[in-house]
Design a protein around this ligand. Structure first.
Ligand code: TYD
Length: 288
């Protein structure tokens, strides 16, 4: 992770104790750079330690090695309640984008980087599985920072298209709306962890909660239901409403897909949305 607030404070403390002028000057340079990075990230509402998708990573602002917007990849997320078929659709979308000649990284949350995958186990089945909504939101956010830092942003910077099975909207819906956390808590967390690195397109796979729960139960057959699947129908209806509310609030980013149709029909609707919003064929031509 990049330069954090804690490091910044340590540098400032060391600066005040620096024994020699040369050492003091060195600390001053580092502290200045830390302050610049923090000002850029906090001032613009970006997350600590996150490289902006368009920054050169050291906060110097020199512009060296900047990826143009045209060559930068696109960030697509799939969201929805249980049993909506996101994982199948993420795989199909990955294949379709790759067939056009685009580099594609398919990933998921919680997870998507070694550190975040370790947190996934802790949150879904391990020691943190009975944390409160607030504790869970913080752990999902920690996993998200690592996922962004190590997987998503580097991929976008090298021009790959990223397809993520869940992202920050899941925290809004599961821990926020269904977990009863105040919207301000979720918004602050998202500002600090995601900042400007929001998806270019979010596909919300929508279906009635009871149908989704039945599908999820069929999919796992005799395996145990996870902690979210075990929640009652009202929890899952709240989730559905929350995802639809996100789509209404952010129509420029979100497209609602009817997930009740057949797998092929859903895949066609997903592709139509991606073509209309992000023009992947145009992106391939522009690079040729
Ligand atoms: P997963 O097995 O990936 O389920 P699904 O196929 O439904 O995506 O489990 C991920 C679970 O974690 C899922 O129930 C949703 C939940 N979750 C949150 O509660 N908050 C979050 O921020 C994220 C990313 C996931």
């Amino acid at each position: 992770m990049g330069i954090s607030l804690a490091w910044f404070l340590v540098f400032c403390k060391r600066l005040s104790q620096a024994p020699s002028a040369a050492e003091g000057a060195r600390f001053a340079r580092v502290a200045n750079r830390s302050r610049t990075v923090l000002r850029e990230r906090v001032g613009k509402g970006t997350g600590f330690g996150l490289r902006s998708a368009r920054s050169d990573g050291d906060g110097s602002g020199s512009g060296a090695g900047l990826m143009t917007m045209q060559n930068r990849g696109r960030f697509i997320t799939l969201e929805g309640g249980e049993g909506a078929g996101k994982s199948v659709q993420a795989r199909r979308l990955e294949a379709r984008l790759a067939a056009l000649g685009l580099a594609v990284v398919r990933t998921r949350e919680p997870g998507g980087s070694p550190g975040a995958e370790a947190l996934r186990e802790a949150i879904l089945t391990g020691f943190a599985s009975d944390f409160s909504s607030a504790g869970q939101a913080l752990l999902f956010a920690a996993a998200r920072v690592d996922h962004l830092d190590r997987t998503v942003l580097p991929a976008l910077e090298r021009g790959a298209w990223v397809v993520s099975d869940r992202f920050a909207d899941s925290t809004r819906a599961y821990q926020g709306a269904a977990g009863n956390l105040p919207p301000g808590f979720i918004a602050d967390l998202e500002r600090l962890t995601v900042g400007p690195n929001r998806p270019d397109l979010t596909l919300i796979l929508d279906l009635p909660a009871d149908v989704g729960l039945k599908r999820a139960a069929e999919r796992r057959r005799t395996g145990p239901a996870d902690r979210f699947e075990r929640q009652g129908l009202p929890f899952h209806e709240t989730l559905r409403r929350a995802f639809l509310d996100i789509a209404v609030a952010e129509p420029g980013r979100c497209v609602v897909i009817d997930a009740l149709s057949s797998e092929d029909e859903v895949a066609a609707a997903v592709w139509a949305a991606v073509e209309a919003r992000l023009d992947p064929a145009g992106a391939v031509k522009a690079r040729a």
